[in-house]
Write a new protein. Structure first.
Length: 475
């Protein structure tokens, strides 16, 4: 099991309501919400409700770490405005660690996802409202924050020009009397060519949001978070982005599907009991807080003993022994849950990883059996081949020997004919162009002519014979 703790700061400082929420997982942490508002919102329900809408998911079915006075202020505000109290799994009282505030500037996982969503959209796009309702984030506020931090910009005027509506394009064309007609693409090309950069900047700034170089680098490093945000089962199982973000850092080798399954297993733990908010109404009950360091009581006992005017040596030794025994017992109490946690972390891995390990083991066993079977099969085939070769040598020679001999004779005959043709060709070329006087008693040209005359003579005889047959039939 993975224990996600939400550290909450909800207090008024210098007439400002300071709300900060950090999520921790063991030694990892990330900010999930950070806003400073006028303290007057605590007196106006309509102003407070949007704030509570943004933070209520970090209380609902979560484990909270909060300072007692901060929790009382939060509880009293909800009670005064008659807002239904969230179902909190557990609340641990602990002083807020002010050192966390120095990390409040770090982008939250939701803000990273919003940067990707906002890229290329009009500044006043109506779709931001639906995104705000789905993700409980004030988009108007966060847009301005991200622009100030240089992650988004509205000043990429040439990109704005490409996204501009036709009304604005026609307005600029008419204003500068540009000779152009056609669709938006034609108008854009004409404006690019004809208008100076300063005029384009004047008319096409502040309309759309685009990533800066800084924003692009940030998204390149956050691809796993973006993949998870788009995944189907994230919405089906209502898995929080913030917990995914921390777990993805802890399980760096897992892809977003694996981490998503871990979160599903982690969120499927049934908890029947929730924090009892009524305990805050009774001051005596609110004092029953979780003691963060038991050894402090021991230190008080030591101080009380030191204040005594005289302590005998034997009594002092007995006192030290008692302290050491009690301190060891407290150490054991504190260490035991950690050991149990470690065992739980080892035993309670997510289901799909266990299934994959089982499948791998089964495949490994199957491969071994398959290899043994293949080896036996190859051995049997080799034995059969050796028997066949011994028994069938005579048969092979008898059946295939004649074919091999016939094929070799035909091959040599074709090769001989090819050589004769090559020699005749070379002799003919030599006679034609008179390269070398070989002094041969015959001429290739004469031989060709003799062959030609012979064929012609035989042809004439055949023709005469056919005509004789025709005359004979006619008579």
């Amino acid at each position: 099991m993975y224990e996600f703790l939400y550290h909450v700061k909800f207090t008024v400082i210098n007439e400002k309501l300071d709300i900060k929420i950090f999520l921790s997982l063991e030694d990892l942490f990330t900010p999930v919400y950070s806003r400073v508002q006028e303290a007057s919102v605590l007196e106006n329900k309509e102003e407070f409700l949007p704030i509570y809408q943004e933070i209520h998911e970090y209380f609902t079915k979560k484990h909270i770490v909060v300072e007692e006075s901060h929790l009382k202020l939060f509880y009293q505000t909800l009670k005064n405005f008659e807002i239904s109290l969230p179902e909190v799994f557990s609340i641990s009282y602990h002083e807020y660690d002010e050192e966390l505030d120095q990390y409040a500037h770090i982008l939250t996982p939701k803000e990273i996802v919003f940067i990707n969503y906002a890229n290329g959209k009009a500044f006043n796009d109506k779709r931001f409202k639906s995104w705000e309702e789905d993700n409980y984030l004030d988009t108007e506020y966060i847009k301005n924050v991200l622009i100030e931090r240089g992650l988004l910009t509205t000043d990429d005027y040439y990109q704005n020009l490409l996204k501009a509506k036709r009304d604005l394009l026609l307005e600029v064309v008419e204003l500068y009397d540009l000779d152009v007609h056609g669709d938006n693409k034609d108008l854009i090309n004409k404006i690019k060519k004809e208008l100076p950069e300063e005029y384009v900047k004047k008319h096409f700034s502040g309309t759309h949001l685009f990533l800066t170089k800084k924003g692009k680098k940030l998204l390149e490093k956050s691809q796993k978070l973006l993949d998870f945000e788009r995944s189907f089962y994230r919405y089906v199982n209502k898995l929080p982005l913030e917990e995914f973000h921390l777990l993805s850092i802890k399980k760096i080798d897992y892809d977003f599907n694996g981490i998503g399954r871990l979160l599903m297993v982690n969120s499927n733990v049934d908890q029947l009991e929730f924090f009892d908010w009524t305990t805050l109404d009774d001051e005596e009950k609110t004092k029953e807080v979780i003691k963060e360091e038991e050894p402090k009581e021991i230190e008080k006992e030591i101080e009380d003993k030191d204040n005594d005017e005289k302590v005998e040596d034997d009594e002092f030794v007995d006192f030290i022994n008692k302290i050491s025994v009690s301190y060891k017992e407290e150490e054991k109490k504190e260490e035991e849950p950690e050991e149990i946690k470690e065992e739980e972390e080892i035993l309670i891995e997510d289901d799909y990883i266990e299934e994959e390990e089982k499948v791998r083991e089964q495949l490994a066993a199957y491969r071994k059996k398959r290899e043994m079977y293949e080896m036996e099969k190859r051995k049997q085939k080799n034995k059969q081949k050796t028997k066949k070769t011994k028994n069938n040598d005579f048969y092979v020679d008898e059946v295939y020997g004649e074919e091999k001999k016939g094929f070799s004779i035909l091959k040599w005959l074709l090769l001989f004919i090819l050589v004769i043709f090559i020699i005749i060709g070379l002799l003919y070329i030599n006679e034609r162009f008179e390269f070398i006087d070989l002094g041969l008693p015959f001429s290739i040209t004469e031989i060709f002519q003799a062959i030609k005359d012979t064929f012609k003579d035989y042809k004439d005889k055949v023709v005469d014979f056919i005509e004789y047959v025709k005359d004979y039939k006619s008579e």
